[in-house]
Design a binder for this molecule. Sequence first.
Ligand code: PNS
Length: 156
Amino acid sequence: MRAICPGSFDPVTHGHIDVIARAAHLFDEVIVALGRNSSKDYLFTVEERVAMLTEATAGMPGVRVGLLDGLLVDYCRDEGVDVIVKGLRFAGDFEFEVQMAQMNHALSGIETIMLPTSARWAHLSSTIIREVAKLGGDVADFVPDAVAERIRAMQA
Ligand code: PNS
């Protein structure tokens, strides 16, 4: 089965990588799809986010990075995706994720599977990483090396 892990990945964190790796154990193939949430302002450009995701997932068998431009369900149809996989940290995530899962199911019949984030990374969010990074903090423990290097360059 082919799964998709969609997200903004601004930037990708260890929490995302944890969910992607676990999805890769469950499914034959995983597409990590960089999507655009029209209500968000991004720190990194699409090209930077794709580059960081590609570096961070290199060496993960069956995982590839894609660019999602438009509706997720259209992308899933075009790429033959069977299931959407999302990570859940806490109850706050659940509310919005359930709404999106229900909408995607209503639009196309596709199912969403939600994986609880590993406790180790449950405190992470790209929003908080961006905030700490912008204020000069060290985020190297929370993000893949490809991201930490870019953030260091940005802070220099
Ligand atoms: O990391 P994020 O910001 O929570 O990711 C949100 C994302 C990109 C997965 C979501 O906005 C999405 O699926 N965008 C694609 C456009 C779409 O299909 N929107 C309707 C979702 S019900």
